[in-house]
Design a binder for this molecule. Structure first.
Ligand code: URA
Length: 219
């Protein structure tokens, strides 16, 4: 897998990452959502450099201009509900993309420290020969990303797969690296060292879904 950890290079992205982590600033849910969206835009911009382009000619009011334009058929797939702001950020740049949504959540049976990933709702166009961008803001164990990819298999074989995430734990990055093919790309804003016993990324930011959309009752 090709891993692109964007925080290895200093840029304005660090400002957005610091604000979603900051325990005071992150309480402003509108700013939290917008920062995740801005991170999605930055990740999307970087990802776009690996897509296919073809020469095109544009007619301006005063003449003709040559420019290379993206020619990929993109399907952007996000995991509900935390993935929505990241999805919006990517869609701001890949505005012609088709969209897929899946609900995958952690189900804690009895033990709060162990869970299984339950996939329920799934809406997806054909993936055959398309560029699949699979987005999940928090790459903790990596299990949701892999479970989602498995659930998408009946929709066709994509030509290429790009994973997009905001914060990952090293364990999650290692897990998806093994599960996905060598030619898959992972675009990630930053990687933290570990997970806690409940599967939260440390230091991470807390619960991305709750910060974006409000607290939920545990199932
Ligand atoms: N999901 C979150 O929202 N936060 C984590 O730290 C891990 C998974």
């Amino acid at each position: 897998m090709h891993i692109h950890n964007l925080s290895l290079q200093n840029s304005v992205l660090n400002t957005f990452i610091s604000e979603i982590r900051d325990k005071t600033i992150q309480k402003d849910s509108m700013r939290f959502r917008r920062n995740i969206e801005r991170i999605g835009e930055v990740l999307g911009y970087e990802l776009s450099k690996k897509l296919n382009f073809k020469p095109s000619e544009i007619e301006t009011p005063l003449g003709k201009s040559n420019i290379s334009l993206m020619k990929n058929d993109i399907v952007l797939c996000s995991i509900l509900r935390a993935g929505v702001p990241l999805h919006n950020g990517l869609l701001n740049y890949f505005d012609a993309a088709e969209n897929a949504f899946i609900s995958a959540y952690r189900h804690h049976k009895h033990d709060p420290e162990s869970f299984e990933i339950i996939v329920e709702y799934l809406a997806c166009p054909s993936l055959e020969n398309k560029t699949l961008i699979l987005a999940d803001p928090m790459l903790a164990t990596g299990q949701s990303m892999v479970a989602t990819f498995e659930a998408l298999k009946p929709f066709g074989i994509p030509k290429e797969v790009h994973l997009v995430s905001v914060i990952g734990a090293q364990e999650g990055v290692d897990f998806v690296s093994k599960a996905f093919g060598n030619d898959t790309h992972l675009w990630i804003a930053t990687v933290d060292k570990k997970l806690n016993d409940k599967g939260y990324i440390i230091p991470g930011l807390g619960d991305a879904g709750d910060l974006a959309f409000g607290e939920k009752l545990q199932q």
